[in-house]
Design a protein around this ligand. Structure first.
Ligand SMILES: [Fe+2]
Ligand SMILES: [Fe+2]
Length: 143
């Protein structure tokens, strides 16, 4: 699976991986519709609905994992999650007053694609690496 130049990388933390995979899948659908000029108001709204609820569920999952594992970089990571949610909300508002959906779609595309590099491939990879090391350390301690 890839969203253009980004190859899907499995971290090994299954629940997080499944949610990220869904992000890639939905982003691919959006980019595909834009490339084929098939994106309409209804589909764009559906994309917003997805990424909005994705943010709630997925960020809750990661933030819970950070808390129970006493992840040292929780605060900074959570701030970027807030930034994502606020940006999506702002763009959704723009869509509700905009007459040109292609402008909003373009902005959403740039933001969601950038998020792969700016967050999933950096912040999240760091977190899942930490989680796996934690689990391994506990297993060694218990054995
Ligand atoms: Fe994250
Ligand atoms: Fe994530």
């Amino acid at each position: 699976m890839n969203s253009r130049n980004h190859t899907w990388i499995r971290s090994g933390v299954e629940l997080v991986d499944e949610q990220h995979k869904e992000y890639f899948r939905r982003l691919d659908i959006l980019l595909g519709m834009m490339e084929k000029s098939e994106l309409n108001d209804y589909e764009l709204r559906r994309s917003f609905d997805f990424f909005r609820s994705y943010a709630v569920v997925h960020f809750d999952t990661e933030e819970l994992l950070m808390k129970i594992s006493s992840y040292p970089e929780t605060e900074g990571h959570m701030r970027t999650h807030e930034f994502f949610s606020e940006t999506i909300e702002r763009m959704a508002e723009e869509l509700s007053v905009s007459r040109d959906i292609s402008l909003v779609a373009e902005e959403l595309k740039v933001f969601l694609t950038g998020w792969l590099e700016d967050h999933i491939e950096t912040f999240d990879l760091k977190l899942t690496k930490f989680l796996k090391e934690r689990v391994l350390a506990n297993e060694l301690k218990d054995s």
